[in-house]
Ligand binder design. Structure first.
Ligand SMILES: Cc1ncc(COP(=O)(O)O)c(C=O)c1O
Length: 370
């Protein structure tokens, strides 16, 4: 689905030097590159604080811990997302509440969200799925009306933008109370291992999240609260420092590949191309089609037989995962989520796709669907 090797080769000299610098300094934990990266990312995003951590799942967990959510508090998440979004809710003994997504954007449906609110609801976790921003205007209005926290799961959408009706444009992950992201290698801004970060404009929350990520430590060996150990390695920060400079170009490359696919599949009766919300800049972490009256799993196998990877993100939605059955999740009726789960298929999407590869993929899809 991605070609990390070709991408690395284009920036090899810089990356190799940065890695060698870290090896020479031997400051493997909390070396200066970690703060340099946090500063560069906060400038890029236009947010006051970036707290680096070990991965995108920890980022969500630390965010929820910092908000002081208590066992039994309800946290609303879409069911149509990667499991990590909801898993941390359960891990912290909070109560996950699954809601529908919008059929076009694949992101949380604002009406379903409103209908799911109860007196126990404390937070909403919109996910900017596949790189398309959720409807943040509606979500922020609801959050304000019901006094709820918003944690944006931005793992798939770093660099994406959302424009409000008053004309203000913001990067996703900087709109809610807290934003989180993952630097998993295949992400739009990926490192060469695991990594993550948390963003906020709130000084108090930022200080608390830094403490939580560092064993609840206020100063060395003085632990004020229960935390965890979640750090971004210096090596990963050094790599991310270089890759962050490329991020806008990476996004352009992904959008160009998406344009190629869009053009080839537009108006096909059996293929629905990804919707592009006019208020948003979609950064195409995934290029995901909806198939109508076509054998989706058959296409998946056909592409495999032609050496083209394709993926179903995700074959089982949250409310149907065994891990959530104790929350009575199997009783949920989420027809849009179920409908999408049976029809979506993601094609290769990365920064190194050339026209020849794209044409081969497109021809293979069209051959099968015809
Ligand atoms: C939407 C979403 N949330 C959270 C995560 C978790 O990130 P990580 O794998 O870095 O823990 C991912 C990554 O796969 C993701 O796609």
């Amino acid at each position: 689905m991605v070609d990390l090797k070709s991408q690395y080769h284009k920036i090899k000299a810089e990356i190799d030097n940065a890695v060698l610098d870290v090896l020479e300094s031997s400051a493997f934990i909390n070396g200066k590159q970690v703060q340099e990266f946090a500063d560069a990312l906060s400038a890029y995003l236009g947010i006051k604080h970036v707290v680096p951590c070990a991965n995108g799942t920890d980022a969500l967990q630390i965010a929820m811990m910092a908000l002081g959510l208590q066992p039994g508090d309800e946290v609303i998440t879409p069911s149509f997302t990667y499991v990590a979004t909801t898993e941390v809710v359960a891990l912290l003994k909070l109560t996950p509440v699954f809601v529908e997504v919008d059929k076009q954007t694949f992101c949380i449906d604002a009406n379903a969200l409103r209908n799911a609110i109860t007196p126990r609801t404390k937070a909403i976790v919109p996910v900017h799925l596949y790189g398309q921003p959720a409807n943040m205007e509606a979500i922020m209005q609801i959050a304000e009306e019901f006094d709820l926290y918003v944690i944006e799961d931005n793992a798939q959408a770093i660099g994406a933008e959302y424009t409000f009706s008053n004309g203000v444009t913001k990067k996703t992950g900087t709109i809610g109370t807290i934003g989180t992201t993952s630097f998993f290698p295949s992400k739009n801004l990926g490192c060469y291992g695991d990594g993550g970060a948390i963003f906020t404009d709130n000084d108090e929350l930022a200080a608390k999240m830094r403490m939580i990520a560092n064993h609840g430590q206020s100063k060395r060996y003085y632990h004020d609260m229960v935390g965890c150990n979640s750090r971004l390695d210096t090596l990963q920060a050094a790599i991310l420092n270089i890759k962050l400079r490329e991020l806008d170009e990476y996004i352009q490359a992904r959008r160009k590949a998406a344009d190629f696919y869009d053009k080839a599949f537009a108006n096909h009766p059996k293929i629905e191309i990804p919707y592009r919300e006019k208020k948003s800049l979609h950064v195409f972490h995934q290029y995901t089609l909806i198939l109508h009256n076509a054998d989706r799993d058959g296409l998946n196998q056909h592409l495999t037989s032609r050496n083209i990877p394709s993926m179903i993100y995700y074959p089982v939605p949250g409310h149907k995962q065994k891990m959530f059955h104790t929350y009575n999740s199997s009783s949920y009726q989420l027809p849009v989520t179920d409908w999408l789960t049976e029809r979506v298929i993601s094609l290769p999407m990365h920064t190194e796709l050339d026209d020849e590869q794209l044409k081969y993929i497109v021809d293979s899809v069209l051959d099968y669907v015809h």
